[in-house]
Design a protein around this ligand. Structure first.
Ligand code: ACO
Length: 331
């Protein structure tokens, strides 16, 4: 019997129409286009319309991915939504809303929260259902309306993030390639470096938590920066080693789009040519779990992904958490 491999049969992205340039942020908080560009590389971000939610963004991206894959929603076996900004904070899962909106009655559905590493966790998880023969069509989505958990009075965080969604359809194939290796990691000691203090079981929502603005993201930016510049190159090396490859074998690196300085530091540490590193952080900011699937779509659209390309995707973020996958594109 021939071996089963996993392939990405379809991909799709959705970015809300509304563009918020740095100049607009400078009207809200004490910041400037120069500061934001110099420290982060971000020029603008997308903001979801009031009627849009993580589910609606996810559904747009998912429909494109399904169409591309030639898969009908009725054929879907599983929907995984990686997000830290679900439509409802506790229940139900956003994935159930997406499954219903798509019209995918056969599909199981669950959310997965590994924050900015979420898409990598979803890709590794979804692939297992294909590789073990359980399922034939798995939709993995990274979707966020991150701007709804931002404190628009806090200049140290509100300039960094944006909204968006990206999706892939995973399918079995006998063509060798697909997921060659993955590394998933976590260090909960750094949990409070990037977190939303209230609204969970530790500090349930109350009038006080709202008054204290404790439902918004708090971040120790320097701690996260140090963590990210260490873990990104380390996990890329580990994942390549697990695939018995080296940096010379890489055709494309798609890092989590958090900050140009983090990406540049990783490029230096890994001694990579900048030409193999994809970045769109200038246009979208940090879209958390959506950043890597959106970047993958844009890399494909730009003709950077060919049959046989070795792509490394690497995410990092709150948790602290990280995830890296080496993917051989089958075409
Ligand atoms: N505009 C102007 N000044 C600012 C702004 C702003 N938007 N934000 C902070 N400053 C000020 C600070 O108040 C500080 O002023 P002070 O010296 O008078 O106290 C000064 O700029 C320097 O602040 P730092 O925090 O030291 O600036 P730093 O060089 O570290 O850059 C940044 C801050 C961009 C946040 C950086 O630390 C970073 O990129 N960290 C990683 C953040 C990240 O990527 N997080 C997401 C991870 S993914 C996820 O899971 C969601």
């Amino acid at each position: 019997m021939s071996q089963t491999f996993v392939r990405i049969g379809g991909w799709g992205k959705y970015l809300p129409d509304r563009v918020m340039p740095n100049s607009e942020l400078a009207e809200l908080v004490d910041t400037s286009d120069e500061w934001i560009r110099a420290r982060t590389g971000i020029g603008e971000r997308r903001i979801a319309a009031p009627e849009e939610t993580t589910c609606t963004l996810a559904v747009h991206a998912a429909r494109s991915a399904l169409q591309q894959a030639g898969v009908e929603p009725e054929e879907l076996d599983l929907v995984i939504v990686a997000t830290c900004t679900p439509d409802y904070s506790n229940m139900p899962a956003t994935a159930s809303l997406v499954q219903h909106a798509l019209g995918a009655p056969r599909a199981g559905a669950f959310d997965l929260n590994a924050v900015c590493s979420g898409f990598l966790y979803g890709l590794a998880t979804g692939s297992q259902f294909i590789l073990n023969g359980a399922y034939r069509s798995v939709l993995v989505i990274g979707a966020e309306v991150f701007t709804r958990i931002l404190d628009w009075q806090d200049r140290s965080t509100c300039v960094l993030f944006g909204d968006g969604a990206g999706a892939v359809v995973l399918q079995p194939t006998d063509q060798p390639g697909g997921l060659l290796s993955f590394v998933l990691g976590s260090d909960g000691a750094g949990a409070c470096s990037l977190f939303v203090p209230a609204g969970g079981s530790r500090q349930p929502a109350s009038a006080e938590t709202v008054a204290e603005r404790a439902h918004y993201v708090k971040m120790q930016g320097r701690d996260v920066f140090r963590f990210a510049t260490r873990v990104l190159p380390e996990s890329v090396k580990q994942a390549l080693e697990a695939a018995k490859l080296s940096t010379e074998d890489m055709d494309l690196l798609i890092p989590h789009q958090a900050n140009t300085r983090i990406i540049d530091a990783a490029v230096r540490r890994l001694k990579l040519s900048e030409s193999i590193v994809f970045s769109n952080v200038e246009r979208y900011g940090n879209t958390s779990a959506a950043s890597i699937p959106v970047a993958l779509c844009e890399a494909i659209e730009a003709g950077l992904v060919q049959a046989g390309s070795t792509i490394v995707m690497s995410g990092f973020g709150a948790g602290l958490s990280w995830g890296t996958a080496v993917w051989k594109w089958q075409g």
